[in-house]
Design a protein around this ligand. Sequence first.
Ligand code: IPE
Ligand code: IPE
Ligand code: MG
Length: 239
Amino acid sequence: MKSEGFPVPRHIAIIMDGNGRWARRKGLPRIKGHDAAESSIHDCVELCGEIGVEYLTLYAFSTENWSRPRAEVSFIMKLLSRFIRSNIQELDDKNVKLRVTGRISDIPRGPRGDLMDAMEKTGGNTGLNLVLALSYGGRAELRDCFVKIAERVRKGELEPDEITEDTIAGELYNPDIPDPELIIRTSGEQRLSNFLMWESAYSEFYFTPVLWPDFNREELEKALGEYGSRGRRFGGLSD
Ligand code: IPE
Ligand code: IPE
Ligand code: MG
């Protein structure tokens, strides 16, 4: 699919990093940076919907983020509830389907309930799939996947040498979602931080020093422009 001259990825995944530094630079407490993240999410959802991106995965909370101070974790969980409650109507109006990836059972009951309600409400929508990665870890996802495969082997449904790459891909959290063509990380860090380990095998990476609360429509357009200029070869030869 083409839009304004660049190819549009089916799936964009974003590591939304730099909220704490954004707040610190303004002399504010870290949590104000998380608060300010909402408008960036808004911009990305809007643009992705407009240009026909099918899946937008947002890394919102990692399995490692549970090790942050209790007050910050609790603030983020409350923010999650607030974000869902205040945006669900607009997301639904925009035909967005809300989904999640990660160990959702780890999420406290309040925000988990809001998530479930929002997923039910938007379940029939056919526009952008907005996938929130919550208590998500790439290693946790692979571990959980291997447990499911081991269980099938134990039951005699599968022989070990019948396990293919497709078997593994089929037991990930959301087997129907295609691998992301483009992974964006804000804040200048250039690492995966346990994001989509299996799914990112052939993703293009776009790193920007812009902190997440400052990432807007224009920044996403820049990332898409850069993505469009890359040659993807998948191990073969370029033409
Ligand atoms: C990203 O911003 C949000 C989460 C990981 C929840 P950070 O909170 O990591 O901000 P920095 O990296 O400390 O600036
Ligand atoms: C990655 O950011 C996780 C999310 C954006 C949710 P972190 O700030 O947790 O990653 P590290 O600690 O810099 O690797
Ligand atoms: Mg960070």
